[in-house]
Design a protein around this ligand. Structure first.
Ligand code: ZN
Ligand code: ZN
Ligand code: FE
Length: 723
């Protein structure tokens, strides 16, 4: 056996059947973290070798041996952790070749202990023996350690001074039980933890973190607790238990033991299972669930170093449970869910990054810089797409520093610095401006929704023209307006916009995103013309008398009121019309609450119409807005109206797809965009299109939100370079 630049070469000899079963065995009996992308074989002359032998690696390093993601504590380590006879009994840093930190402890490549934050812990003789023994589970486990030689925990007060407790973990459990907020150093960053059953503690955490309503993730003791508090099917269960251990969004049960402050107003809980030895010990006896939310200030990246945590979490955390194994790469928890019967990612980060995504085709080297929100970076090299961990929103200097760190990291991991750069079309995005600063041979600007569609195409390896439906928040269009309800004829390199949602104004621009009442007014004005103030007053949408004149004026003068075709903003507007909320505290809140409200099933559909010109189909939802208001006047339940709204959109999408199919003969539909995070919408859309004989493609590996954009940009640019 030999590691070579292009993979592993194995020479075996024996009877034909045993060779066949050997090959199938290689695929079927892999260790948990191993992954075989391809097996090929040729016949050799028989050499009558009888011994198993590993030949030294080929010169030039290991080639395609990648940095692997961080992996949850494996079953065997878990057993040892709670085995009083084991030398690592209750040691919070237990790990082996099958589990533990990887990406988050690397300083440099190749992945050897010397290049990780474990380099400062010389192994004791017992650990070294394991590390050097090919038959041991800890053979070449770079973070291998034990209580005699490895990292240790310590507890700090809010100023960062160490507390003298002999057993920091036990003390932390007591503090959590008393309702304190404790910052806990994890795998890819700090979490802020409080007892999920303690209302007061959660409220304290929320007010300190300025996060009044956004759902908080929880870590539950085991799968039984998860099943008790939420509706877990077998797919959700598999996701929860997977070695990647993402946060899984699952439907809440009506009655559960958790505080209602965990995830108010929405239908899902974000749940994860313990994924480090420390987590297992924290949740062992005293808690059913802990809030475990990323430790950061609004819009800032997750804290990783002890000193950074103490500084940036001042006033938020009462105590800090830290250790002396440095986190060198920030990596937030991943988020996944199940919709339309498949696993879907909402954030691809810890456990998944930086494992490259294998594409069906080969491309030139490209660096893609991503969008402005939910950003990731992507390097395309050969048939592999290397995606950085989730970076987030480019709104703060800290986030931008993190972006720079991530660029260096992803170049190291992909082992290249592409000279061709792909970025968004939006001239004001930080990521676009950054493209202009980088030394590059060529900058390729990719329209946001084209990138959405191409990312989903690349995931499924499809080529040629498709009907792309990008149902989204906002993205910069080729005409300078704000797009977000787009029907494209797209291939990898090019697209034409063949239809879109009929445009309306966003009075106040960015402000309209935080204040959906403004969008409601805009839609009502489009639907009722000059009579809009009467309707708005009837629905109690405008909070102050003086606003009527103000908003009318800015819309009439088109002052700071961009034109948009966004579906995401229609969700916001409809939520405001239904009185769900007039202002939001985080993006997507109104839409999530509208989804949660859509509980009463009804066969009623709302009206819409489709206008057609020579080269464009316009999907007009104003008849729907008028009907919603009529239904409200008639006293129809909001739960039914919300449901009817959700069911009408897929029918409208189908009508559009049908019209486009008739004109262009295309039968493949590719879905992408933030709106498809809404499960009711996604499931109904796929079902409608399916029923009508369309071939439907939707994300499974990448998030449907802007987490997919960097890869879409890269593939699109790659295809353009190839042309
Ligand atoms: Zn293990
Ligand atoms: Zn040791
Ligand atoms: Fe988007």
């Amino acid at each position: 056996m030999q590691n070579r630049l292009d993979g592993v070469v194995v020479e075996v000899e024996g009877a034909a059947e045993s060779l066949t079963s050997f090959i199938s065995g290689v695929k079927a009996e892999l260790p948990p973290l191993a992954d075989v992308s391809e097996i090929s074989s040729t016949e050799l002359e028989i050499r009558k070798d009888t011994a198993f032998q590993i030949i030294e690696s080929e010169a030039g390093g290991l080639g395609k041996v990648f940095i692997t993601p961080d992996i949850a504590t494996c079953g065997e380590c878990f057993k040892e952790l709670f085995d009083p006879g084991d030398r690592r009994f209750r040691y919070p840093f237990i790990n082996c070749t099958n589990c533990g930190p990887r990406l988050t402890i690397i300083q440099d490549i190749p992945y050897d202990r010397i290049n990780t934050s474990m380099s400062c812990f010389p192994m004791c003789s017992l650990c070294r023996k394991e590390y050097e023994n090919p038959a041991d589970r800890r053979f070449h486990a770079e973070p291998n350690a034990c209580p005699a030689c490895g990292p240790v925990l310590s507890l700090l007060d809010e100023t960062g001074s160490p507390l003298p407790d002999k057993d920091p973990l036990r003390k932390v459990i007591t503090l959590l039980l008393e309702g304190y907020v404790v910052a806990i150093k994890g795998l890819g960053g700090f979490h802020l933890a409080v007892d999920a059953a303690n209302d007061e503690a959660i409220k304290r955490l929320r007010s300190r973190k300025f996060r009044e309503e956004k759902p908080l993730a929880i870590m539950v003791k085991d799968i039984d607790v998860a099943t008790r508090i939420s509706r877990i099917g077998k797919d959700e269960e598999a996701l929860l238990l997977s070695p990647q251990r993402p946060i899984v969004l699952a439907r809440k049960r009506e009655k559960d033991a958790l505080s209602s402050a965990v995830a108010p107003g929405v239908s899902d809980l974000g749940i994860m299972l313990p994924y480090t030895p420390l987590h297992h010990m924290l949740l062992e006896k005293h808690f059913q669930a802990l809030i475990m939310t990323s430790a950061n200030q609004v819009d800032e990246p997750i804290c990783v170093t002890n000193s950074e945590a103490i500084k940036r979490l001042k006033g938020i955390a009462d105590y800090f449970l830290v250790h002396n194994r440095d986190i060198l790469v920030r990596c937030d928890d991943s988020i996944a869910t199940v919709s339309a019967g498949r696993k879907r990612m909402l954030r691809r980060s810890r456990g998944f990054a930086p494992k490259p995504i294998a594409l069906k085709k080969f491309y030139p080297e490209i660096l893609a810089l991503g969008p402005q929100m939910k950003t990731t970076l992507c390097i395309l090299k050969g048939n592999l797409a290397f995606l950085s961990p989730h970076i987030g929103d480019m709104e703060t200097p800290e986030a931008r520093d993190f972006y720079q760190e991530s660029l260096i990291l992803i170049q190291k991991i992909a082992e290249c610095k592409p000279a061709v750069i792909a970025c968004d079309l939006h001239p004001a995005y930080y990521t676009t401006k950054f493209a202009e600063e980088l030394a590059s041979s060529r900058i390729i600007r990719v329209q946001h929704h084209h990138a959405h569609i191409v990312s989903a195409m690349a995931e499924h390896g499809i080529e040629g023209e498709v009907i792309g439906m990008a149902m989204d928040g906002t993205g910069y269009g080729t005409d300078g307006t704000v797009w977000g309800g787009e029907f494209l004829i797209a291939d990898e390199a090019t697209f034409t916009r063949i239809g879109h949602i009929k445009t309306y104004l966003l009075p106040g621009g960015e402000k309209a995103i935080r204040e959906p009442w403004r969008i409601a007014v805009s839609l009502i004005k489009e639907a009722y013309g000059r009579n809009w103030p009467g309707v708005a007053e009837e629905l109690n949408i405008v909070s102050q008398k003086s606003y009527y004149e103000m908003i009318d004026r800015i819309m009439t003068q088109k002052f700071n009121s961009p034109v948009t075709s966004s579906l995401g903003r229609i969700f916001d507007g409809v939520a405001a019309i239904l009185g769900i909320r007039h202002k939001v505290t985080f993006e997507g809140q109104a839409a999530m609450e509208l989804e949660a409200m859509a509980k009463s099933k009804t066969d009623t559909l709302l009206p819409f119409d489709i206008g057609e010109t020579d080269d464009m189909y316009l999907l007009n939802f104003l008849p729907m807005i008028r009907k919603i208001i009529d239904e409200l006047r008639a006293g129809r339940s909001k739960a039914e109206i919300a449901y009817a709204f959700h069911m009408t959109l897929p029918v409208a999408f189908l009508s559009m797809a049908d019209a486009i199919r008739k004109r262009r003969g295309l039968n493949r539909v590719v879905l992408s965009g933030g709106c498809f995070q809404n499960r009711i919408l996604t499931e109904a859309t796929i079902a409608e299109l399916d029923k009508a004989g369309f071939e439907v493609f939707f994300h499974e590996v990448l998030p449907t939100n802007d987490g997919c954009i960097a890869l879409g940009q890269a593939v699109c640019a790659g295809a353009q370079v190839k042309l």
